[in-house]
Design a protein around this ligand. Structure first.
Ligand code: NAD
Ligand code: ZN
Length: 257
């Protein structure tokens, strides 16, 4: 492993625009279960319906009434999202940005942990569970923003009167255009991508490592297990993100530019 971490550090040092793609696996050590793979919520309970957004759009009022009704009894997953704190992997990526090495972080996670850990350049491609979003103008609001009133459901945007929904991207919902543009721009600029804790299964995010590779760049993977991406990776680091990423940073600190 040590020699593979060294190879990864050398690739990073010789790259000029390094980005990261993170998935549910990076937050497992913070107590948030993944959906797929061993211990995954969907592995145990099956996948939810694929038309969540169409349901929402058919009757946003009913959807909001359901949210209000459930407010006092959160699911185990929602509770873990609310209570989780960043782990060493989140802090390591924030440090990598601080060191001037990591230029951007694309996360599929909705748990807000990269922001709490101090990462500044973050694109949350599937939204943020702590936020609300207007489906027309894409403005984001904190969940408890006093401008969003729930006296009349569904709540509407104080700027354009569009319908407000949770920022988390539902099944069947298009990725908001603003964040999609950022992700596409970053993936096309990058000559190295560090893919951490993602099964590399959900598009469009799963396509970014492929794009970096196609453009002649490198892929570094950090995952407990092999994924569909593994055969394309320049180096695959097997193990927990919370252990490997800090080790990678230490190695980078002792690797000359
Ligand atoms: P996934 O659930 O499909 O896969 C998780 C991956 O992480 C697996 O490949 C697994 O082997 C790996 N993994 C598990 N523990 C790890 C660890 N400690 N260190 C390194 N790797 C580890 O996740 P995905 O690819 O992100 O796709 C699932 C979708 O579900 C995402 O789009 C995301 O929006 C959503 N999701 C988010 C959260 C969250 O916000 N924390 C949690 C569950 C699901
Ligand atoms: Zn609006």
């Amino acid at each position: 492993m040590n020699s593979e971490i060294k190879i990864a550090a050398e690739i990073i040092r010789s790259s000029s625009y390094v980005i990261a793609l993170t998935g549910a696996g990076i937050s497992v050590e913070s107590g948030i279960r993944p959906f797929r793979g061993p211990g995954g919520i969907w592995t145990e309970n099956g996948e939810p319906p694929l038309d969540g957004y169409q349901h929402f759009m058919k009757n946003p009022k009913a959807h909001w009434e359901e949210i209000m009704k459930r407010a006092g009894s959160m699911s185990e997953f929602a509770k873990s999202l609310d209570e989780a704190v960043p782990n060493d992997a989140h802090y390591a990526l924030a440090e990598l940005e601080e060191m001037g090495i990591l230029k951007y972080l694309i996360t599929q996670n909705i748990d807000n942990l990269h922001n709490i850990a101090g990462s500044k350049k973050v694109a949350e491609i599937h939204g943020n569970s702590q936020k609300l979003r207007c489906i027309d103008c894409n403005k984001r609001f904190e969940r408890d923003d006093p401008r969003i009133t729930v006296d009349i459901l569904p709540p509407t945007c104080p700027f354009c009167h569009g319908i407000i929904k949770t920022d988390t991207v539902m099944f069947g919902e298009p990725i908001p255009r603003d964040v999609l543009m950022v992700c596409q721009g970053e993936a096309s600029r990058a000559d190295c991508i560090i893919s951490v804790g993602t099964s590399a299964f959900v598009y469009p995010a799963a396509g970014y490592p492929l794009e970096v590779k196609h453009n002649g760049g490198s892929i570094i993977e950090i995952n407990l297990y092999e994924t569909e991406l593994t055969p394309l990776c320049d180096v695959s680091l097997r193990g927990k993100a919370g252990e490997i990423l800090p080790e990678l940073i230490e190695t980078l600190k002792h690797t000359d530019k």
